[in-house]
Design a protein around this ligand. Structure first.
Ligand SMILES: NC(=O)c1ccc[n+]([C@@H]2O[C@H](COP(=O)([O-])OP(=O)(O)OC[C@H]3O[C@@H](n4cnc5c(N)ncnc54)[C@H](OP(=O)(O)O)[C@@H]3O)[C@@H](O)[C@H]2O)c1
Length: 409
């Protein structure tokens, strides 16, 4: 019986993680859960899974949750923590064997980092952790000798394909410091999002509702907008660089509208391994939780009769400038990938609040990247300080562009 801590238990990945736990009775128990503001969902998770400790966004939500649990007569009551300390308490819970990192954005970074340092098995969905602080987090993983298990479907696919090489997976073998000499390149597939075919001129008028209508996946708001701009794929390139110790030029992206091939590895002998599956995040979540075993699943299956074709197409960086910005930030390194993520988070929130046009997201990020000081991170507090500074710059840039939106609307 493995014990889990979940950071972001009320989100799309967090809830699917708990449904995997429920589908595999007797394998997992839940030690601790961290959520943000959705205390109704958290209360029902507590009633089902009886964690010892939970955390919510702030003190106010913590007292609301305590009242709600008493009203619903839920017992035993878990210890209720909040804020950054609460996330840390969940990520470092002494009983947790596996920490599922599924919060969104940099809020999940310190707790994930501490879990890695403690040598816990970390199932990583929160890609912003590696975007903002890849070098520090991977150094900690190497030191602890524990491999990070990717939940993101593309990286999960690459992880599975890499098991077809001689770099057989045991302990920290995949994420070691030596480049994998068998791999020529990896190809991350991308659905292309809802605007893959839209006329370029129409992108200026895109609404949040249109951008949130992802053709293949049902996910949280931030990642759905990041998929529409393809910043999500930019983040994934950075994530892959750290997870698999690859050079930037070894990571390609191809549009594959069906999202059936989740990604591919091309080996030096010309052989290409691809991983296929339904668009169902429970599959990579379960893989990470049960790794290195595979557990039977009654619900997850690819319906081959509905699979008529597999299409591939190159990505246009004119249509998706965020992809170019992500590669630039990765190449320059230092604080720029961290700023890329922070600026994107601020710009996406402003777009969802209708304070910024869709095309303004890339514009804000580009301006922030140009204004960020060049520093190399040595410690986590430097990452968090750079994150705050990039957010401040991004808010300035959003405000600079905002009058234009008001005038246009
Ligand atoms: N969804 C997918 O299919 C998918 C696929 C691949 C990778 N990912 C990655 O997985 C991560 C999670 O994505 P998601 O789609 O599950 O996001 P989501 O649905 O928006 O959920 C985010 C989670 O983080 C919590 N959270 C947000 N702000 C918080 C704060 N200040 N303090 C504590 N908790 C906070 C939320 O709590 P409340 O809801 O309670 O406020 C929620 O539990 C992201 O990094 C995303 O890129 C997601």
């Amino acid at each position: 019986m493995k014990q889990l801590s979940i950071l972001g238990s009320t989100g799309s990945i967090g809830r699917q993680c708990l449904s995997v736990v429920e589908a595999l009775p007797g394998r997992f128990t839940v030690a601790a859960l961290a959520a943000g503001n959705n205390i109704e969902e958290l209360a029902s998770q507590i009633a089902h899974h009886h964690p010892e400790l939970v955390s919510v966004a702030d003190a106010h939500k913590a007292s609301e949750l305590a009242d709600l649990l008493r009203t619903k007569n839920i017992s035993p009551l878990p210890a209720i923590h909040h804020g950054a300390e609460g996330m840390l308490a969940v990520g470092t819970h002494p009983k947790a064997d596996i920490v599922v990192s599924a919060a969104v954005g940099v809020v999940g970074l310190p707790a994930t980092y501490e879990a890695v340092k403690l040598g816990k098995t970390v199932a990583l969905s929160n890609k912003e952790v590696l975007v903002a602080a890849g070098e520090l987090v991977m150094a900690a993983a190497q030191k602890s000798g524990k491999e990070l298990l990717p939940v993101d479907s593309e990286h999960n696919a690459v992880h599975q394909c890499l098991r077809g090489g001689t770099h057989r997976v045991s302990g920290a073998a995949l994420t070691n410091s030596q480049p994998n000499s068998e791999v020529k390149r990896i190809v991350l597939t991308a659905s292309g999002g809802p605007f893959r075919k839209s006329p370029l001129a129409a992108l200026a008028r895109v609404t949040p509702e249109q951008a949130l209508a992802h053709p293949n996946w049902k996910m949280g708001h931030r990642i759905t907008i990041d998929s529409a701009t393809m910043m999500n794929k930019g983040f994934e390139i950075i994530e892959a660089r750290w997870l698999f110790n690859l050079r930037p030029d070894q990571i390609d992206v191809l549009i594959h509208p069906q999202s059936t091939i989740h990604s591919m590895v091309e080996f030096v002998d010309g052989s290409v391994l691809a991983q296929l599956g339904p668009t169902d995040m429970r599959m990579p979540i379960q893989y990470a939780l049960t790794y290195p075993e595979r557990a039977a699943s009654k619900e997850i299956a690819l319906d081959w009769t509905k699979l008529r074709r597999l299409d591939f197409q190159k990505v246009s960086t004119r249509r998706f400038p965020c992809l170019r910005l992500a590669r630039e930030a990765m190449r320059k390194g230092g604080a720029l990938p961290c700023a890329l993520n922070a600026a994107d988070e601020v710009a996406v929130a402003a777009f969802l609040e209708r304070r910024l046009p869709f095309l303004g997201i890339a514009e804000v990020i580009e301006k922030v990247l140009a204004r960020m000081p060049r520093i190399k991170f040595e410690r986590m507090d430097e990452v968090l300080a750079a994150d705050l500074e990039a957010r401040r710059l991004a808010r300035e840039e959003v405000n600079r562009l905002a009058p234009a939106v008001v005038a246009a609307s």
